[in-house]
Design a protein around this ligand. Structure first.
Ligand code: UDP
Length: 379
């Protein structure tokens, strides 16, 4: 089978790393070459800085992209998506793959799914069925549309399966578990040996907070970003500093709003860090403050309390289990949640058995059961 995986942004590299590993394992296990899945990666170039892209391919040993469309830093969503679609179409017409695989909810996801579907190439979506129910988020629009274009929908949680059912999508839907849980298990064990970030930043484990902010709803709204910055400055002390690896978009907005200078006096700002450093920081932090989707879950996977700087989340399981508190951008609520984590926290079984990537590979090679509920997890 000829498979083209379309990627473009940091969280997708991490998700794809687990499936690419599982594909390599699967290919090793089959003797008949006709049964192999030949994966080629198409990188749209949406994220292009070395520390947002190349470091992940190297560190996580993801096969090098066969194509890079260099679509990063292009104006609006429409312009970027259109440019990606034109490049993707050219590759798909030349290659004529049997299937396209897309991940998550970025413009690259939608561009890949829409282009393939119009060429009648079947689309598989990893991380299907997530919903924030906030249509002002570009990610929500990307994921809803991608789910309606895909014929294989690999859901990380049961809630995701249920969201799809409510939208009338039941064929090709499976609860595989979460590939990011696989990643946390595989790479979490190795991080201590591969990262010296705690030592190089002079941090004491469990005596610092880790922050990340990059969602447009926070970065592009000066009132929200100012309120978050105020909370981080107040939370950061010499004995328990806030460490904040800055997403390039956030850095440019902080500069534009005049917030960078006061922030850098109080908070430990760094460039984006590689995945090994990120995992080590997540494992060692006293708590995490974030508006990232992936990091909310990684906080739970590494059993670190999380404060989510958004008004809603796709990962409601983490909130219900007591590991995550939603605060929006309100300074007082952020500080209160940070100082008062939930006293009772439960385990969450829903993210799967740590082998989501293998379940996905198995589903790619055989017919997918269509009846929801009969197949809670791919056998
Ligand atoms: N990440 C990283 N370095 C950083 C910030 C994030 O390796 O400096 C990783 C993080 O561990 C997670 C993924 O990037 O696996 C999340 O990406 P992001 O927050 O950009 O996107 P989202 O999950 O919100 O779509």
């Amino acid at each position: 089978m000829k498979l083209i995986t379309i990627l473009g942004a940091r969280p997708q590299f991490i998700k794809a790393a687990t499936v690419s590993r599982a594909l390599i394992e699967y290919n090793r296990s089959v003797t008949d070459p006709a049964q192999r899945i030949d994966e080629k990666i198409l990188h749209t170039g949406q994220h292009y800085d070395a520390n947002m892209s190349d470091v992940f391919f190297r560190a996580l040993e993801i096969p090098q992209p066969a194509w890079n469309l260099h679509c990063g830093g292009i104006g609006s969503h429409a312009e970027a998506t259109a440019r990606m679609m034109t490049g993707i179409e050219r590759v798909l017409l030349d290659e004529r793959p049997d299937r396209v695989l897309v991940y998550g909810d970025t413009d690259s996801t939608l561009a890949g799914a829409l282009t393939a579907a119009k060429l009648h190439i079947p689309v598989a979506h990893v991380e299907a069925g997530l919903r924030s129910f906030n249509r002002r988020m570009p990610e929500e629009i990307n994921r809803v549309l991608t789910d309606h274009l895909a014929d294989r929908l690999f859901c990380p949680t049961r809630a995701a399966v249920e969201h799809l059912r409510r939208e009338g999508i039941t064929d090709g839907v499976m609860h595989t578990g979460d590939v990011m849980y696989d990643a946390a298990l595989i790479f979490g064990r190795l991080a201590a040996g591969r990262s010296t970030v705690i030592e190089s930043l002079g941090l004491t484990p469990k005596s610092f907070y880790l922050a990340t902010v990059h969602r447009a709803e926070n970065t592009d709204d000066v009132t929200r970003l100012t309120a978050i910055v105020r909370a981080l400055i107040e939370a950061s002390t010499p004995t328990c500093p806030v460490v904040w690896p800055l997403h390039p978009r956030t850095r440019s907005r902080l500069e534009a709003y005049g917030l960078l200078a006061p922030l850098s006096d109080a908070v430990r700002l760094t460039d984006p860090v590689d995945y090994w450093d990120m995992v080590r920081l997540e494992q060692s932090a006293a708590a995490i403050l974030t508006d990232s989707g992936g990091i909310q879950k990684e906080a739970y996977f590494h059993r670190t309390p999380c404060v989510t700087l958004r008004d809603e989340t796709e990962w409601t399981e983490t909130v219900e289990a007591g590991w995550n508190i939603l605060t929006g951008s309100d300074t007082d609520r952020i500080l209160h949640a940070l100082r008062n984590p939930s006293p009772t926290r439960h385990e969450i079984a829903d993210f799967g058995d740590g082998h989501a990537a293998e379940h996905i590979v198995r589903a790619l090679i055989k017919n997918v059961p269509s009846q929801l509920g009969r197949h809670p997890m791919v056998p």
